[in-house]
Ligand binder design. Structure first.
Ligand code: SF4
Length: 92
């Protein structure tokens, strides 16, 4: 999923990712967990715009509820998953 909260914006929203340590777009955040939003998407974007409202307008209610209740995975688990995903991309 690569959606932007302001489809008319010429420049995509971007911020520093606390998990990756570099810049990512909002579109990345909305699809980086096997085409689903990152569990930290509300934590990371609430200061930029009304992310909860955006999610409610663009996702099924059960996915929004899941995101709002999501507890981020421990950093080591996220790192292991990111490494596994990177390996898959390199192998394919
Ligand atoms: S929502 Fe997830 S992928 Fe996006 S900046 Fe936050 S931690 Fe990184």
């Amino acid at each position: 999923m690569s959606v932007e909260p302001q489809p008319s914006a010429a420049v995509p929203l971007c911020r520093r990712c606390p998990r990756l340590g570099g810049p990512v777009t909002f579109g990345y955040c909305m699809g980086c967990e096997q085409q689903r939003p990152c569990p930290k998407v509300t934590d990371c974007w609430w200061e930029t715009f009304d992310i909860v409202r955006y999610l409610q307008e663009h996702l099924p209610a059960d996915q929004v509820e899941h995101l709002l209740r999501a507890q981020p995975k421990p950093k080591i688990v996220s790192l292991v998953e990111l490494i596994a995903e990177a390996r898959k991309r390199v192998e394919s």
